[in-house]
Structure formats: C-alpha cells, structure tokens
Design a protein. Structure first.
Length: 99
C-alpha cells in the first residue's frame, strides 16, 4: 500500500545544533494517508517504511505507473523506482503501528 509519494523536498537552513530538516509543500503525486491498520484480536504490529530518493531534475510519475500511484493498493516500489529512474534510496526509516 502506498501511503504517500511526495516530491520537491528541500533542506532547511541548519539550526544552531547543526540539524537540517527536509520539508516540502508538495501534496503529491500521492498525498499523505496515515496508517490505519485493521482492528485485530490479538493486535499485531504493522510495519511502515519511509524511503528518500534523490529526485531527478525532470522527475515525473511514469505514464505506466500513474494508475498504480493513484490506486495505492498493490503499489510495486521496485517497478516504480526502476521506471522513474530513481536509483537506490539515500535514506530510510520505519515505524510500527498496532491495530
């Protein structure tokens, strides 16, 4: 499931602590949709992964991938990243949510 695909991230000015924050005002190509795992008995954690890719200068969702991005279900990250020419992720994070 694709929860978000946002582009045009830019670093903020470094704070006094030396920490830089990435921000974007973009709401697409797929706006953020928060996690909502189904209620389960007993509950078990669902894993969510966040990946950051270097954005090519001419980035656009490939036409063959527009339907997958729009539907969000069954999104194939490997197929998308290859078609979009993204290369390997440059940063990653994950979190878990219990239903």
């Amino acid at each position: 499931m694709l929860h978000a695909l946002l582009q045009d991230w830019k670093p903020s000015a470094a704070a006094a602590s030396g920490i830089t924050t990435l921000t974007t005002t973009a709401t697409g190509p797929a706006s953020y949709m928060g996690p909502a795992p189904p209620a389960e008995n007993p509950p078990h954690p669902h894993k969510y992964v966040e990946l950051l890719y270097e954005q090519p200068a001419s980035f656009a969702v490939p036409s063959a991938q527009r339907s997958a991005v729009q539907s969000r279900m069954g999104f194939n990250l490997a197929t998308f990243s290859t078609a979009a020419g993204l290369g390997a992720p440059i940063a990653a994070n994950y979190f878990q949510v219990s239903g």
